[in-house]
Every structure is written in C-alpha cells, then in structure tokens.
Write a protein that binds this ligand. Structure first.
Ligand code: PEP
Ligand code: MN
Length: 278
C-alpha cells in the first residue's frame, strides 16, 4: 500500500460521496443507535448541518459486559430508515465476521473498531467484501501495526479502506486518549489510503472536539468522524463526549475557513453541467 505505488491516492466511494479526493468528508451521528426518535433527530440535525455520512453503532464493543451492548439487527433497520429520510449513506461497526451478511444489507461502510484492529480473521473476511472498510487505529497500536492491519484487508482484494486515527492510550489522563495528529501525516506519507480523524474518542470531551477537528483538517486529514446526540446527558453510550446538534453546526461553520487555508473544501456533489455553466 506504499504511496509510491499509487501517488494519486486511493479514492473511496461511499454512495456518491468520495473520501480521499479534494473534498473533505464529515461522518457524524450518535455513538449508538438507541431508538427511532433519537436516530431520526440526530440524522436530521447532522444532515442539515452539512454532514455527508451518518454514523451509528448497533453492535457496541463495551468495556463492561453490563453496559448497553447496542440494538443489534433492529438497530440496523432504524439506522437505515433514518438515513434514507435524509439521503445519507451509513457507517456502522462490525464486531465479528458472522455479522457481515446482515450488515452488508444495510451499511455502506463497515467500521472496524479500535478494539478489533488486529482481529485478523475479521480483517481477512473484510478483504472479501465489496464494501468500503473504515479501520480505526488500535488503542495501543503503532502506526506500523495499524498500516499492516489495513494490509490484511487490501491483501484479501478489497482496496476500499479508510484509515481512522482515534487517539491512543498514553500516560496522559487529561484527555480520554491522546490524539496523534502526526500519525495522520505519516499515514498519508506512507500509504495511498484516505485518513480521517475521530476527535470524539480521541479527546472524550465536547470542548476539545472542535479545536482538534479543525487541527485535523489543517493537518491534511481527508475527513472526520464525530459523535452527536440530541440529548447527550441521556445517551446510553459515550454521552460525556457527544456534541449537541448546535455545537456540531458551529464546527461545520468553522471548517471551511481552515480547509481553504490548505487548499481543500468540504465535499460537495458534482453539480450538473447546466448549473456549472458548461
Ligand atoms: C465508536 O466509534 O463508537 C467506537 C467504539 O470507537 P473506537 O473503536 O475508536 O473506540
Ligand atoms: Mn463511541
């Protein structure tokens, strides 16, 4: 996957959205799908603010077995319905390969969570799938280990891989994880794959998400993944780090300024020729 092998970079298509081209792509939504009302409200809010892809977990890798584990299949139907209403494609986490046939029916991008980054049988199974994969960096994975995990998917025949830096575990405790923005630049230098940043899990705190999201855009990331919840204090998962729709909207308003400083822009659909004047 060396950059030299494909200097122009891989562009990953998700519906009509393209990740890894000049357009910067924002994925947003709740940590977990909790029900129809919450998912529809969030989908409507993030779509209105300009997000391009709806996120939402239905299989949740929780530290405690007693925490909410996700809605499973009924959650996929809720997510698909909410996404359809606002016209956004979906990214959602797959935890094991047995879930793939089901997930493939509903989901446009298959997310591999940090805790599964080195689940090699899952990575091999994803190499055989004809859908894009979002590969999160492991909690304590070196950049090299992360890139080799991506190589498992590519080696299986699926080159539609998006890398996601989501913070790593360090001695620092002021933030949930330590956002390694240099890893974005390194991954862009060493691979031809798109790289996005998840400042929600990287910081764990709403006040820190906007500055780190803007920094990720400046650092050359191809996009963001952000957790949003209409009522963060009631969220069943990761409420402490969820942005309210208002805060998310504010971030979306600030992104274009930073992107233009590095000759990028928010992703936009191709305008029909008669609009462009061609
Ligand atoms: C998530 O995206 O909700 C998630 C569980 O992320 P990570 O795997 O990065 O912890
Ligand atoms: Mn989460």
């Amino acid at each position: 996957m060396a950059r030299a092998w494909k200097p122009e970079g891989t562009r990953v298509r998700v519906g009509q959205v393209e990740v890894g081209g000049p357009g910067f792509v924002v994925m947003a939504g709740p940590c977990a799908v909790e029900g129809m009302e919450q998912t529809e409200q969030t989908a409507a809010a993030v779509a209105a603010a300009g997000a391009h892809i709806l996120r939402g977990g239905v299989f949740k890798p929780r530290t405690s077995p007693y925490s909410f584990q996700g809605m499973g299949e009924p959650g996929l139907r809720v997510l698909a319905e909410a996404a359809r209403k606002v016209g956004l494609p979906i990214v959602s986490e797959v935890m094991e390969s047995t879930q793939l046939p089901l997930m493939e029916d509903y989901v446009d991008v298959l997310q591999v969570g940090a805790r599964n980054m080195q689940n090699f049988p899952l990575l091999r199974a994803l190499g055989k799938v004809r859908k894009p994969v979002l590969l999160k960096r492991g909690l304590a994975a070196t950049i090299q280990e992360w890139l080799l995990a991506a190589e498992y998917v590519l080696d299986g025949g699926n080159d539609q891989v998006i890398l996601c830096e989501r913070g790593i575990r360090t001695f620092e405790t002021a933030t949930r994880n330590t956002l390694d923005l240099a890893a974005v630049a390194v991954a862009k230098q060493r691979t031809h794959l798109p790289v996005i940043v998840d400042p929600s899990h990287a910081t764990g705190e709403p006040e820190l998400i906007q500055p780190m999201a803007l920094a990720a855009a400046a650092a050359g990331a191809d996009g963001l993944m952000i957790e949003v919840h209409p009522r963060p204090e009631q969220a069943l998962c990761d409420g402490q780090q969820a942005l309210t729709p208002e805060r998310f909207q504010q971030l979306m308003r600030r992104l274009p300024g930073v992107l233009s400083a590095v000759d990028r822009h928010l992703w936009m659909p191709d305008l029909p020729a008669h609009v462009v004047g061609a």
